[in-house]
Design a protein. Structure first.
Length: 721
């Protein structure tokens, strides 16, 4: 195929000036070459039938490695590539001493390069490694060596998976024994294998117990669940036997943790404490091992607390602070309580096993996926505007903060609220929200929570979503630009923007950022979601205290997965409160075992895994009640047909409508570009804040227009769908 055909330019075969044709072909070829150098290229792996790959030579040298946090930026590291394993540290001496910073199995990674930027990216599912080389010659050498080592490593894995794995992860130093091949060792191996199997089962059962009920109320166990609990009692004896045999030959840390868990379970049964509470405490124990690993299991159980039992001392408190906007709009939230919110979606999520994601994503390595059209089956029946509202599920933390006099304790509650916004994502790695259309809106009035919320898509390229929420106790707003990038096995969601919260009673104005979200193992069924980075919460009206939260980057099997650590300190840098927990399980303040629970998520609904992993709050967000149809603007996400069809389980219509709606948006955008026109948001305006940053804030017209009643007098410049 000629360069003209590749670029979409028709070829004139009868031109009378061959010189012009040659020049055109040359410039087109150069343009294609530049585009190729500027884009990401996926390095192919071992092909079917390819074998006998020669063993490559060892290669080493310095490269730059990107860090997101802390010390964000490019850092010089020394790399050693040997037999398909890439190890790195700060210096060659550290490598010799065995002080490794990390080890990458190149054969099991997706490798992509960008030639012009001299970038090499390795996606290992659990981590994404961004590397860069300053010199073109050194870059070419590294790419060549990585290709060779990658093929060699993949060939080794295909030929002998078990042998290759053992080479990658060498066994610990042999333990001195007079009879290394004795029956005792063989028996120990069998016992250890059984221990590991039962450990996996125990972990799964603990997750099931946690899902049943996360509150203090006692769950209703089914007969099958009771049988599983009795089975755990038998496991205690098995694990104890396993430890006795294995302790002389193998590290017994896994068995030790099993015993701790079983002691917790048995102690809880004896004291009549709900088993789900024990599951939560077990998790709390595991995540605080670095602080205090060994403390009495009963003390863990007895010291557990719930945010529900830590209500304000003065429940009759009524704010005497007047805020004209909030007071007016609070009437919407304070009207008669609407009972009967739905508890289940109309249809379960579709089967996505037949979708080949690789064919869709392979040409979009390192690109922003918000511009890539995806099959509707990969969506969930909510969009980004509704997901922003979902961050307010635990708004009672802000109500409690508005009643708390101590500024440091108030900051703890604000920090817990910031963490709570991530909890609903734990079971949602399998799907993505719909991308809102420019001008699309969403409204949510929660009488039970006392707030009224609205949001709007204020920009399409780049995509920016803005929201505003008011309550008698607080005002919350944010505008966020989302960048989604695919790296071969993982997808990163990078939020750009600031979250704002004011508490009028104390004159507080809090600001904080969001952390990076990563969906791992995106091309296979066992996807999992991770949040990592650092959140800094500041009160712009007072320098009395500051909060820093670190979402720890781990891996799927590590004990610190989903862990959050943080502290609240005064203006002199003295730590006043220490925070720890897991973003999907809860946040604690203090030091174990006397730490108190600040926040804990609610229980998941029945069969949540069949319904997109939605929480109870998420299930209610897209509900369209008859009384709302006449008062909502026609741009509200509840009226979006493709999203509604997906929720109802009609995939054919959902796919058809999604294509039609996206075509309409492309047509509108093309018309605006051709006519130099601009579509302005209806309910938000762009301002410049004190730090000279552009921000989107409410123009205070939404609730006024709604009082008409509804939006029947509103003129719509475009029809979104």
């Amino acid at each position: 195929m000629s360069s003209e055909e590749r670029s979409g330019t028709p070829v004139n075969k009868t031109t009378s000036t061959p010189v012009h044709k040659s020049a055109s072909s040359s410039s087109s070829s150069q343009r294609d070459s530049r585009q190729e150098a500027d884009s990401w290229e996926i390095i192919e792996g071992l092909k079917i039938g390819q074998s006998n790959v020669q063993r490559p030579d060892k290669h080493e040298g310095f490269m730059l490695k990107k860090r997101k946090w802390p010390l964000k930026g490019w850092h010089k590291r020394f790399f050693v590539l040997d037999n398909g394993i890439l190890k790195y540290s700060k210096s060659p001496i550290d490598i010799q001493k065995g002080k490794l910073h990390g080890s990458i199995d190149v054969g099991l990674s997706v490798m992509s390069i960008k030639k012009r930027a001299r970038r090499i990216d390795l996606d290992t599912e659990e981590h994404i490694y961004h590397l860069k080389v300053k010199s073109q010659d050194i870059f070419d050498a590294w790419v060549s060596k990585l290709r060779h080592h990658r093929l060699y490593r993949q060939n080794e894995i295909v030929r002998s998976p078990r042998e290759a794995t053992m080479r990658t992860f060498p066994p610990p130093a042999a333990i001195e024994s007079p009879q290394p091949a004795s029956s005792v060792v063989r028996e120990a191996k069998v016992k250890l294998a059984r221990c590991q199997s039962n450990l996996t089962e125990l972990s799964r059962l603990l997750q099931s117990l946690e899902i049943l009920q996360r509150t203090q109320s006692a769950p209703n166990f089914t007969e099958m669940q009771v049988k599983k609990i009795h089975m755990l009692q038998k496991w205690t004896v098995l694990s104890s036997d396993g430890v006795c045999v294995c302790s002389g030959c193998f590290a017994s840390s896994a068995c030790h943790h099993c015993i701790i868990l079983c002691v917790c379970l048995q102690a809880g049964e004896q004291m009549g404490i709900p088993l789900t509470q024990q599951a939560s405490n077990e998790s709390r124990l595991s995540m605080s091992e670095s602080v205090s690993e060994f403390f009495d299991a009963q003390e863990v159980l007895l010291s557990a607390s719930s945010s529900e039992n830590e209500g304000s001392d003065d429940e009759s408190y009524v704010s005497d602070v007047s805020d004209n906007i909030s007071e007016d709009n609070a009437n919407f939230a304070g009207c008669a309580f609407r009972n009967g919110r739905r508890t289940c979606l109309p249809a379960p999520c579709p089967d996505t096993s037949n979708i080949n994601l690789w064919n869709i994503l392979r040409n979009n390595i390192g690109k922003d996926l918000s511009k890539v059209s995806m099959p509707v089956e990969l969506n969930e029946p909510l969009n980004t505007l509704q997901r922003m509202c979902e961050e307010l599920e635990y708004s009672e933390l802000l109500d409690k903060a508005a009643e708390t006099e101590d500024p440091f304790e108030r900051m703890v509650l604000v920090a817990a609220f910031a963490v709570s916004g991530y909890s609903s994502t734990y079971y949602r790695a399998g799907s993505k929200p719909f991308n809102p259309l420019l001008g699309e809106t969403y409204e949510c009035i929660r009488e039970d929570k006392g707030f009224c919320f609205f949001s709007e898509q204020v920009s399409h390229h780049p995509p920016v979503s803005a929201c505003h929420c008011e309550s008698k106790n607080f005002t919350f707003w944010q505008d966020v630009r989302w960048k989604n990038k695919f790296w071969g096995k993982s997808m990163e969601i990078l939020p750009i923007g600031t979250v704002n919260l004011t508490i009028p009673r104390f004159g507080d104005h809090y600001e904080w950022n969001k952390v990076t979200t990563c969906v791992h193992n995106i091309l296979s069924g066992r996807r999992w979601i991770e949040h990592y980075g650092e959140i800094t919460i500041r009160n712009t009206k007072s320098s009395a205290c500051l909060c820093k939260l670190t979402f720890v980057k781990g891996n799927y099997w590590s004990s610190n997965v989903n862990e959050v650590q943080g502290f609240v300190m005064d203006q002199e840098g003295k730590v006043i409160h220490r925070l720890f927990g897991k973003w999907h399980e809860g946040l604690y303040c203090g030091v174990p075992p006397s730490a108190k629970c600040v926040w804990r998520p609610g229980s998941m609904p029945t069969d949540y895994e069949l319904y997109y992993g939605f929480t109870r709050f998420a299930i209610e967000l897209n509900e369209l009640c008859p009384e709302l149809k006449d008062v909502l603007p026609r741009t509200d996400a509840r009226f979006r047909p493709d999203q509604r069809y997906l929720e109802e389980g009609n995939l054919e219509m959902a796919s058809s409508e999604k294509q039609r709606i996206e075509d309409l948006q492309r047509t509108r955008r093309k018309w605006r570009e051709e006519n130099d026109a601009k579509q302005e948001p209806c309910f938000f305006k762009k301002v410049v804040d004190a730090n000279h940053r552009e921000r989107w804030v409410s123009n205070n017209t939404y609730w006024e227009l709604r009082k008409n009643p509804g939006f029947i007098n509103m003129e719509y410049t475009v029809s979104l769908w």
